[in-house]
Write a protein that binds this ligand. Structure first.
Ligand SMILES: NC(=O)c1ccc[n+]([C@@H]2O[C@H](COP(=O)([O-])OP(=O)(O)OC[C@H]3O[C@@H](n4cnc5c(N)ncnc54)[C@H](OP(=O)(O)O)[C@@H]3O)[C@@H](O)[C@H]2O)c1
Length: 342
């Protein structure tokens, strides 16, 4: 079976534009086989991605057809509304939103960890968020070697992780403060310029934010529900690139050299040069950079790590496109050339 068109919904957004760029770079589709969709306010808008000009189409109930591959890069409620219609039309779907991630019948794919779950019978895939994906990418090989007992992820999340408008707001608020002009925020509830906000997403009744809940449960869904996990998510005035202070307690003993050796061999993981990486240094890479590797001396088998990754790639556009590439390969296993769409 051949996929006829790849449809990118939310193609004007931070993740959607990267998805289109990577599809073209990896030659998964010719430009004429790519359809870009967004909200009604973007219909007819011209955008240029990787040197190719596209016109944004409307997203509606009739947008999807049998043998389309639809990649949704939209907020949860948009995904929730359109994805059942795309599936009913006979399309394959990859969703970047959180809507289906914890659904028991939908595989949650973190490509460096579990892309083997992709098969042609399954029509809908979710990828994990831009924290759960780098955490699991670094933790999976360590879990295999030393068995994770518990983990605590404190995140330092860039503004692009919230979408294009919040990222632009951080820039505008910073500029206004420097120029001593007034600025009215519409995205962040507190000042983000020159500040940090210890709240990402709404706060639940149990005191955790929805973002922290997603990080915890997405990692557990992929690595194992028996892992004890907690998290505190913080928004920082960085444009692109998430960082994570990750504390892990293992069931088995380890040496720091053993930890480094496992991480060196892990796919899409790099040991940072010069002790650690910072967000601006990892933008443009699909890898998770690991530094500040040291023992947590408060318990017997404890470890501290500092992770950095490009949040518009790992746990976002890269994961979505890697799932698409693998699915196309599964749909046509005859030769590597043939899996690119007809
Ligand atoms: N940013 C990240 O680091 C990241 C990482 C992992 C997952 N995600 C998830 O990926 C999704 C997209 O995030 P983002 O950061 O790219 O957001 P974004 O920059 O705000 O983009 C949202 C996109 O959705 C489109 N859209 C809005 N309403 C629509 C409608 N009714 N029908 C069709 N399209 C509509 C927007 O189109 P218009 O331009 O026309 O409004 C825009 O293209 C979210 O679910 C997010 O949680 C984001």
């Amino acid at each position: 079976m051949k996929i006829k068109n790849i449809i990118v919904i939310g193609a004007t957004g931070n993740v959607g534009r990267k998805v289109v760029e990577f599809i073209l770079q990896r030659q998964l589709a010719k430009p004429e086989q790519l359809r870009l969709m967004a909200s009604t306010q973007s219909i007819g808008k011209q955008i240029s991605i990787a040197g190719v000009d596209f016109t944004i189409e409307a997203t509606d109930e009739t947008s999807f057809a049998k043998n389309d591959l639809c990649i949704f890069n939209t907020e949860s409620e948009i995904s929730a509304y359109y994805i059942p219609k795309a599936i009913a039309a006979g399309a394959y779907v990859i969703d970047s939103s959180s809507h289906y991630r914890l659904h028991p019948d939908v595989p949650l794919i973190i490509p460096p960890v579990n892309q083997g779950l992709i098969n042609i019978e399954q029509r809908l895939y979710a990828h994990a968020n831009c924290l759960a994906s780098p955490i699991a990418t670094a933790l999976a090989p360590l879990h295999q070697a030393f068995n994770v007992f518990k983990a605590n992820a404190v995140t330092y999340q860039s503004t692009s992780g919230a979408g294009k408008k919040p990222m632009d707001e951080c820039w505008q608020e910073t500029k206004s403060l420097i120029e001593q002009k007034s600025y009215t925020r519409t995205c962040f509830q507190r000042q983000i310029a020159f500040n940090v906000i210890p709240q990402v997403g709404g706060i639940r009744d149990d005191g955790y934010t929805f973002e922290e809940y997603k990080i915890i449960h997405e990692v557990k869904k992929v690595l194992g529900n028996d892992i004890l996990m907690t998290s505190t998510a913080v928004r920082v005035p960085v444009m692109i690139g998430h960082s994570i202070a990750l504390t892990v307690e293992f069931k088995k003993s380890f040496s720091l050299d053993e930890i480094k050796n496992v991480l060196k061999q892990a796919p899409f993981v790099q040991l940072s040069d010069n002790h650690y990486s910072t967000p601006v240094e990892v933008v443009g890479s699909d890898d998770v950079f690991v530094g500040r590797i040291k023992r947590d001396n408060t318990c017997e088998n404890g470890l501290h790590l500092w992770l950095c990754s490009d949040n518009l790639r790992r746990g976002a556009a890269t994961d979505a496109v890697e799932i698409a590439e693998r699915l196309l390969l599964c749909l046509d296993e005859r030769s590597k050339e043939n899996y690119k769409i007809a």
